[in-house]
Design a protein around this ligand. Structure first.
Ligand code: C2G
Length: 131
Protein backbone atom coordinates (compact mmCIF):
# COMPACT_ATOMS: atom_id res chain seq x y z
CA UNK A 1 0.00 0.00 0.00
CA UNK A 2 1.32 3.43 -0.95
CA UNK A 3 0.92 6.40 1.38
CA UNK A 4 0.04 9.68 -0.30
CA UNK A 5 0.49 13.15 1.18
CA UNK A 6 -0.88 16.45 -0.11
CA UNK A 7 -1.12 20.01 1.18
CA UNK A 8 -3.46 22.92 0.78
CA UNK A 9 -5.50 25.67 2.36
CA UNK A 10 -8.86 24.23 1.18
CA UNK A 11 -10.69 27.46 2.05
CA UNK A 12 -14.34 27.74 0.89
CA UNK A 13 -14.31 24.12 -0.25
CA UNK A 14 -15.19 23.47 -3.90
CA UNK A 15 -15.08 20.66 -6.48
CA UNK A 16 -11.49 21.46 -7.47
CA UNK A 17 -10.44 20.55 -3.93
CA UNK A 18 -12.57 17.39 -3.85
CA UNK A 19 -11.25 16.20 -7.19
CA UNK A 20 -7.58 16.61 -6.31
CA UNK A 21 -8.14 14.75 -3.03
CA UNK A 22 -9.94 11.93 -4.83
CA UNK A 23 -7.27 11.68 -7.53
CA UNK A 24 -4.54 11.72 -4.87
CA UNK A 25 -6.27 8.97 -2.87
CA UNK A 26 -6.69 6.83 -5.99
CA UNK A 27 -2.88 6.67 -6.32
CA UNK A 28 -2.52 4.69 -3.08
CA UNK A 29 -4.31 3.19 -0.14
CA UNK A 30 -3.86 5.98 2.39
CA UNK A 31 -4.19 9.76 2.11
CA UNK A 32 -2.73 12.28 4.56
CA UNK A 33 -3.64 15.95 4.10
CA UNK A 34 -1.69 18.90 5.51
CA UNK A 35 -4.08 21.83 5.93
CA UNK A 36 -2.20 25.11 6.03
CA UNK A 37 -2.62 27.15 9.20
CA UNK A 38 -4.27 30.55 9.40
CA UNK A 39 -0.90 32.11 10.32
CA UNK A 40 0.82 30.48 7.32
CA UNK A 41 -1.86 31.89 5.02
CA UNK A 42 -1.54 35.32 6.51
CA UNK A 43 2.23 35.28 6.04
CA UNK A 44 1.84 34.22 2.37
CA UNK A 45 -1.20 36.24 1.29
CA UNK A 46 -1.60 39.03 3.88
CA UNK A 47 -5.13 37.86 4.57
CA UNK A 48 -6.70 35.18 6.70
CA UNK A 49 -8.80 32.42 5.10
CA UNK A 50 -12.59 32.80 5.29
CA UNK A 51 -12.88 29.54 7.25
CA UNK A 52 -10.71 29.03 10.34
CA UNK A 53 -8.03 26.35 10.35
CA UNK A 54 -10.08 24.25 12.79
CA UNK A 55 -13.11 24.36 10.51
CA UNK A 56 -11.01 23.64 7.40
CA UNK A 57 -9.40 20.64 9.12
CA UNK A 58 -12.78 19.33 10.31
CA UNK A 59 -14.22 19.64 6.80
CA UNK A 60 -11.26 17.89 5.14
CA UNK A 61 -11.30 15.11 7.77
CA UNK A 62 -14.95 14.41 6.94
CA UNK A 63 -14.27 13.76 3.23
CA UNK A 64 -14.44 10.16 2.10
CA UNK A 65 -10.98 8.84 1.29
CA UNK A 66 -9.12 11.24 3.58
CA UNK A 67 -7.45 9.09 6.21
CA UNK A 68 -5.42 11.57 8.22
CA UNK A 69 -5.28 15.37 8.60
CA UNK A 70 -2.73 17.61 10.28
CA UNK A 71 -2.04 21.34 10.41
CA UNK A 72 0.73 22.58 8.12
CA UNK A 73 2.53 25.32 10.03
CA UNK A 74 5.34 26.12 7.61
CA UNK A 75 6.14 25.62 3.93
CA UNK A 76 9.72 24.93 5.02
CA UNK A 77 8.70 21.79 6.93
CA UNK A 78 7.46 19.75 3.94
CA UNK A 79 10.42 17.34 4.14
CA UNK A 80 9.77 16.79 7.85
CA UNK A 81 6.07 16.14 7.23
CA UNK A 82 6.86 13.69 4.40
CA UNK A 83 9.12 11.73 6.77
CA UNK A 84 6.81 11.97 9.79
CA UNK A 85 3.82 10.62 7.85
CA UNK A 86 5.92 8.05 5.90
CA UNK A 87 4.66 9.32 2.56
CA UNK A 88 5.59 7.45 -0.61
CA UNK A 89 4.12 10.09 -2.92
CA UNK A 90 3.73 13.87 -2.59
CA UNK A 91 0.82 15.15 -4.71
CA UNK A 92 0.31 18.82 -5.53
CA UNK A 93 -1.76 20.71 -8.07
CA UNK A 94 0.10 21.81 -11.17
CA UNK A 95 0.03 25.45 -10.02
CA UNK A 96 3.00 24.28 -7.94
CA UNK A 97 4.82 22.46 -10.76
CA UNK A 98 8.57 22.17 -10.12
CA UNK A 99 8.34 23.82 -6.71
CA UNK A 100 8.67 20.64 -4.69
CA UNK A 101 11.14 18.71 -6.86
CA UNK A 102 13.70 18.90 -4.05
CA UNK A 103 11.68 16.24 -2.21
CA UNK A 104 12.23 13.65 -4.96
CA UNK A 105 15.03 12.25 -2.78
CA UNK A 106 12.40 11.43 -0.11
CA UNK A 107 9.40 10.26 -2.15
CA UNK A 108 7.78 10.45 -5.59
CA UNK A 109 6.54 13.97 -6.42
CA UNK A 110 3.49 14.26 -8.68
CA UNK A 111 1.76 17.40 -9.93
CA UNK A 112 -1.85 16.81 -11.00
CA UNK A 113 -3.79 19.16 -13.32
CA UNK A 114 -6.01 21.68 -11.54
CA UNK A 115 -9.73 21.74 -12.23
CA UNK A 116 -10.38 24.53 -14.73
CA UNK A 117 -12.71 27.41 -14.06
CA UNK A 118 -13.07 27.35 -10.28
CA UNK A 119 -11.09 28.86 -7.44
CA UNK A 120 -11.66 30.13 -3.91
CA UNK A 121 -10.56 33.61 -5.02
CA UNK A 122 -13.16 33.66 -7.82
CA UNK A 123 -15.87 32.35 -5.47
CA UNK A 124 -15.15 35.18 -3.03
CA UNK A 125 -15.42 37.70 -5.90
CA UNK A 126 -18.74 36.12 -6.96
CA UNK A 127 -20.14 36.17 -3.43
CA UNK A 128 -19.14 39.82 -2.99
CA UNK A 129 -20.88 40.74 -6.24
CA UNK A 130 -23.97 38.78 -5.21
CA UNK A 131 -24.66 40.42 -1.84
N1 C2G B 1 -6.86 22.83 -6.76
C1 C2G B 1 -7.29 22.22 -7.93
N2 C2G B 1 -8.18 22.87 -8.75
C2 C2G B 1 -8.65 24.09 -8.43
C3 C2G B 1 -8.24 24.72 -7.24
C4 C2G B 1 -7.32 24.06 -6.41
O1 C2G B 1 -6.86 21.10 -8.27
N3 C2G B 1 -9.50 24.69 -9.28
C5 C2G B 1 -5.88 22.14 -5.91
C6 C2G B 1 -4.59 22.93 -5.76
O2 C2G B 1 -3.74 22.73 -6.87
C7 C2G B 1 -4.01 22.36 -4.48
C8 C2G B 1 -5.28 21.99 -3.68
O3 C2G B 1 -6.38 22.00 -4.60
O4 C2G B 1 -3.25 21.18 -4.74
C9 C2G B 1 -5.55 22.99 -2.56
O5 C2G B 1 -5.61 24.27 -3.15
P1 C2G B 1 -5.42 25.56 -2.27
O6 C2G B 1 -6.35 25.53 -1.13
O7 C2G B 1 -5.42 26.76 -3.17
O8 C2G B 1 -3.98 25.30 -1.63
P2 C2G B 1 -2.72 26.22 -1.69
O9 C2G B 1 -3.05 27.51 -0.98
O10 C2G B 1 -2.17 26.25 -3.05
O11 C2G B 1 -1.70 25.37 -0.75
O12 C2G B 1 1.95 23.75 0.97
C10 C2G B 1 1.04 24.35 0.10
C11 C2G B 1 0.10 25.22 0.86
O13 C2G B 1 -0.58 24.48 1.82
C12 C2G B 1 -0.82 26.05 0.02
Amino acid sequence: MKKIITFGTFDVLHVGHIRILQRARALGGHLTVGVSSDALNFSKKQRYPIYSENDRMEIIKSIQGVDEVFREDSLELKGEYIKKYNADVLVMGDDWVGRFDEFKSLCDVLYLPRTEGISTTQLIVNIKAYV
